[in-house]
Design a protein around this ligand. Sequence first.
Ligand SMILES: C[S@@+](CC[C@H](N)C(=O)[O-])C[C@H]1O[C@@H](n2cnc3c(N)ncnc32)[C@H](O)[C@@H]1O
Length: 327
Amino acid sequence: MAIDQAKLDRFLERFVADLGAVLAAPNVVLGDRLGLYKALAAIGPAAGGYVTYDPTADRYLLGEEQAFALADETSPAFVAGAFQLATSTIIDEPKVAEAFRTGEGVGWDQHHPGLFEGTERFFRPGYVANLVDSWIPSLDGVQAKLDAGARVADVGCGHGASTILMAAAWPRSSFAGFDYHRPSIERARKAAADAGVSDRCTFDVAAARDYPGEGYDLVAVFDALHDMGDPVGAAAHVRRSLAADGTFLLVEPAAGERVEDNLNPVGRIFYSASTLICVPNALSQGGPALGSQVPEARLRELLAEAGFGSVRRAAETPFNRVLEARP
Ligand SMILES: C[S@@+](CC[C@H](N)C(=O)[O-])C[C@H]1O[C@@H](n2cnc3c(N)ncnc32)[C@H](O)[C@@H]1O
């Protein structure tokens, strides 16, 4: 199969615009329902472009790049899961609107199940593309520890996509996934069994502030710290649970230092998700709500408050920032 990178890039630009449009829909409903907005900018057309029409044959075709992005679950450019996430937010919009009124928030566990599966299927391609080959090697000395046999915790692991990828890559190490959401943990256990890594990869229900174990060589939090109601408390617990020379791998959505730096197609997706998912979850846990676009300066402040001595940006992608924090 020959992938034309330029065609794939054009397709992914389209995906970003469309996902932004879908996620904008429940935000528009929210603004309308709550009377927050009198008017909102029109959303561009989101149909077409996902299949190619051949007028001479009167047939609809899935091109190589479209199939790579839509039909191949193992592809690093697989995008269909993102829309599953997006449509779940439309179903949940009335709950979020009510939470705006009460201020009580909406917990991850209170969402439509499409969010859990959609999140896993949206994020896994990014982990397939980057985690084992780029993010772990970007950390100081971690790959060698994993090769030799290390203890790892993945906190807020959801369905365990990241945990299972690492467990498959480093058979001498042990991996403990934690999440406060029981159905996600049950799903992660099944996925680990299906992937044949259950001997070295366990999943348990636990909150970030008090998951068990200590002396971990690596603790990772993938796209979850900003969702938590006590991010400083969670990071402080990570610090306590690490070995003296351990590493905290913090993966957060890509964001600039100022709001105006995030007013672009990717920031549009993250701000919408923040309003519908991340902020309501943090509020349901008592807040403060960081939102999904946390400036790096704020993350560094938070990590210092939690007791980390050094913080370094180790890697980045168009969707993620990868920070390495050391005690
Ligand atoms: C956006 S999802 C990311 C899931 C997973 N890390 C991934 O990358 O696919 C955020 C996760 O954080 C979990 N979470 C939220 N608050 C939590 C808390 N206080 N303690 C532990 N997990 C929490 C949610 O249940 C959810 O699975």
